[in-house]
Design a protein around this ligand. Structure first.
Ligand code: PEP
Ligand code: MN
Length: 337
C-alpha cells in the first residue's frame, strides 16, 4: 500500500509515519513529489491494520497497490525516474543512445568503435566481455581482458560503459569496470543475479526475457529495486513469436505499456529485436516515436568479420546516418538527442 501525505504535512509528520511503518516490520520507500510526499510500504502487508496509520498526523489517505510490482509502479512514484550516469542523464527529456559492438573482440576494435559512435553522438558505449552464447562452441567473450579494453575506450572517449554480467560471482569484477550492468534476456529471471546487482550500487539495464511477459519483466525489476538499487532501466529487445523472418518480434506495445505502468526509463534494442541490420533503423525510429527513453544499438566497424551478431550490426557510417534521422523523430515527440 501507499500512504499519501497531506500537502501541508511537515518533515516531522513524514518521519513519524516512516518510523511507525518500520516498527510494524515493513520498509518505507519515500517518493517526494512537487506537491506531496508518498510513502510506499514494502513487505507482505496483508495482515496490516491501517487505522493507526490513518490517524497519524499529516496522513491524507492510504491506497492499496493491487499490482504485484510496487517499487516499480507509477502508483508508488508518479514522476519518471531520472538518474545521472557518469555525466549523462537517463530518463529525462534527452534520449539515451548506447552503441557499440555485440562483443569486445580486441583493443583496436572497441577503441575504434567507441571513437566512431562518440563522433556520431552516442552517449554510452556497449560491448560484452562475457557473452551468453547459445552454443558452448561459439566465442564466449574476452572476459576481464575485454573489461580492461572497455575501460580504456572510456578513458579515451569519455563514454560510460554498459556491459553484461552473467553470474552473481562476476558482479564484483564487472562492477569495477562498468558504469551500467547489463542483465541479458536469458538471465532476466536469474533471481540470485538480480539480488546481486540490486546490492551492487551501479545502474542496471535489465533486458526483457525473450519469452517473458511485461509483468514478469517488472517483477524482475522489483527484485533489483527491493534490494536497494533504484537505478534500473528496462529494455525491450524483442520477444519470440511464430514469425521467423526476423530474429525476434519487437513488441512496440511494450513501450507505451511500460510508460503507463512504471516510472523506470524504457530502452529499446532494435538490433536483437530484428536480427537484421537493414531493419534496425526503422525499428529504432519507431521506438523513439512510441516514447522510448533510449536505444541500445549494435555497431561494428567490420560487421562481416564480427565474432557475434554481425548480421544485425550497423556499420559506423550507417549508425551516424541513423542518428541524424533520430534527431528529427526525437524533435517531433518533444525529446532531444
Ligand atoms: C547483447 O546485448 O548482446 C545480448 C546478448 O542481448 P540479449 O540478452 O537481449 O540477447
Ligand atoms: Mn548481441
Amino acid at each position: 500500500m501507499i500512504i499519501v501525505m497531506k500537502m501541508a504535512a511537515t518533515e516531522e509528520d513524514v518521519q513519524g509515519v516512516v518510523q511507525r511503518v518500520q516498527e510494524m516490520g515493513f520498509r518505507a520507500h519515500l517518493s517526494q513529489g512537487e506537491e506531496r510526499t508518498i510513502i510506499g510500504v514494502i513487505g507482505d502487508e496483508r495482515p496490516v491494520d491501517q487505522d493507526p496509520l490513518l490517524r497519524m498526523h499529516g496522513v491524507e489517505r492510504i491506497v492499496p497497490i493491487l499490482r504485484p510490482f510496487k517499487l516499480a509502479s507509477r502508483d508508488f512514484q508518479p514522476a519518471d525516474s531520472v538518474f545521472r550516469l557518469n555525466g549523462h542523464t537517463a530518463g529525462g527529456t534527452q534520449l539515451t543512445v548506447i552503441a557499440g559492438p555485440c562483443a569486445v573482440e580486441s583493443r583496436e576494435q572497441i577503441i575504434e568503435t567507441a571513437q566512431l559512435v562518440k563522433e556520431a553522438g552516442a552517449h554510452m558505449l556497449r560491448g560484452g566481455a562475457y557473452k551468453p552464447r547459445t552454443s558452448p562452441y561459439s566465442f564466449q567473450g574476452l572476459g576481464e581482458e575485454g573489461l580492461r579494453y572497455l575501460a580504456e575506450a572510456r578513458e579515451r572517449t569519455g563514454l560510460p560503459i554498459v556491459t553484461e554480467v552473467m553470474a552473481p560471482d562476476q558482479v564484483a569484477l564487472v562492477g569495477q569496470y562498468a558504469d551500467v550492468l547489463q542483465i541479458g534476456t536469458r538471465n532476466m529471471q536469474n533471481y540470485a543475479l538480480l539480488h546481486a546487482v540490486g546490492e551492487a550500487g551501479l545502474p542496471v539495464l535489465l533486458k526483457r526475457g525473450m519469452m517473458s511477459t511485461i509483468e514478469e519483466l517488472l517483477m524482475s525489476a522489483e527484485y533489483i529495486l527491493s534490494h536497494g538499487n533504484r537505478r534500473v532501466m528496462l529494455c525491450e529487445r524483442g520477444i519470440r513469436t511464430f514469425e521467423t523472418y526476423t530474429r525476434n518480434t519487437l513488441d512496440i506495445n511494450a513501450v507505451p505499456v511500460l510508460k503507463e505502468l512504471t516510472h523506470l526509463p524504457v530502452i529499446v534494442d532494435p538490433s536483437h529485436a530484428t536480427g537484421k541490420w537493414s531493419l534496425v533503423s526503422a525499428a529504432a525510429r519507431a521506438a523513439v516515436a512510441a516514447g522510448a527513453d533510449g536505444l541500445i544499438i549494435e555497431v561494428h566497424p567490420n560487421p562481416e568479420r564480427a565474432m557475434s551478431d554481425g548480421a544485425q550490426s550497423l556499420r559506423p557510417a550507417r549508425f551516424a546516418e541513423l542518428m541524424t534521422h533520430l534527431r528529427r523523430v526525437a524533435e517531433a515527440v518533444g525529446r532531444t538527442l
